[in-house]
Design a protein around this ligand. Sequence first.
Ligand code: DSN
Length: 454
Amino acid sequence: MAALEREDPELAALLDDEVRHQDTTLAMIASASIADPSVLAAGGAALSNVTAEGYPGARYHPGAARFDAVERLAIQRAKELFGAEYANVQPHSCSSANLAVLAALVPPGGTILGLHLDAGGHLTHGSPASVTGRHYRAVHYGIDAAGRIDYEQAEELARTHRPALIIAGASAYPRTIDFARFRAIADEVGAYLLADISHIAGLVAAGVHPSPVDIAHLTTLSTYKQLGGPRGGLILSGGEYRTPGPDGRTPLHRLMQRAVFPQSQGTPSPAVIAAKARAFALAGQDGFRATAALIVADASALAAELSVLGYRILTGGTDNHMVLVDIADRGLTGVIAERALEECGILANRNRIPGDTKSPLVTSGLRLGVNILAQRGMGPDRMAHCARLLHTVVRGTVPLSDTEYRIDPRLVAQIRADVEGLCARHPLPLPTPFSGLDTLTAPTATALSIGAGQ
Ligand code: DSN
């Protein structure tokens, strides 16, 4: 760190600025969590200098004995954490993990069934914007009038289209997912079931959301969204790990080994795998389980507070870490709410909502997540304060078009000060800045006021 500061002060200052920003910002991004400094340290280890394709004990390069031990440790910890029989810790992301599963289980042009992107699904669940929607024939189920997954529609579509693979999982869905129901549908039509638990991996690991690991054939997840790990993915299998793949012979665990390397990835990222091993250990501790319970309590409290303030909450509440808000109901677009909040030091991202007439860049909804609020130690009693901050920004924002708005700079300053005070009372375990907070460059005020259209 000292060498970086001395030899590349420009880069060091940018990295310092990021620490300061995270320290003083109320991040309510549903797909983010804070990695412990020990996870970041493992991710920056000299192990990164090792090139070793293949798997522990069967590498295509010499010099990998230490990396072998690290990868075995990560696999063992992942299996223990999720109660799995099989784990592959090499996927560079959950998108890569999903692509590997699709490559292994679905022939080119084969049919997959997943939640529609507009209903809260993910790009890799067959969106036309992703190769998964181009190389496979994707069929999508949606949500019902109450905003819940329409299991009956999924069942009907499965009967009609006989998919090779059904995907259960979401990027924007605030309710418990009934994996057993999906498995029954998959069994009826002879499909494999993939559970993508990227958003709820921390809740599943902590036992706060039902686990699909022994229900689905395969489970995939991101290690950074809610697990407090590095950027990366993970593939798991429970009781089905020996079930034959589409050839009727090769067990799923062997298929997945090949599907990741060499079929869809080359060299793994050794230091990231070390960081995953560290994150899996932390996620098995009591402190992580307590934070997961707090996440669920906070999200419920936040949804309730926003309802009292007159916001339309999709599905009427939440079972997980996420609250989806119809922001058009309050006269703003998602992008305007996102930008005005960011200007005030609050991060929450725009999101399409069912029946949305706005484009994905504009949207009518706002997606809030409380992972980082809970990691800061904020409890349900703090959610009234957070809801009021959001409400004050929304009320003070005057839309000029779908993307432009006006907000009083005095209000911005007042909310920013409030947010910084709140963050200071609930500090995060962030790495120490290189050069101390006093020497940091100013926040990106210019860029933000351009976005504000003032
Ligand atoms: N899927 C995106 C999200 O939920 O924000 C991130 O990968």
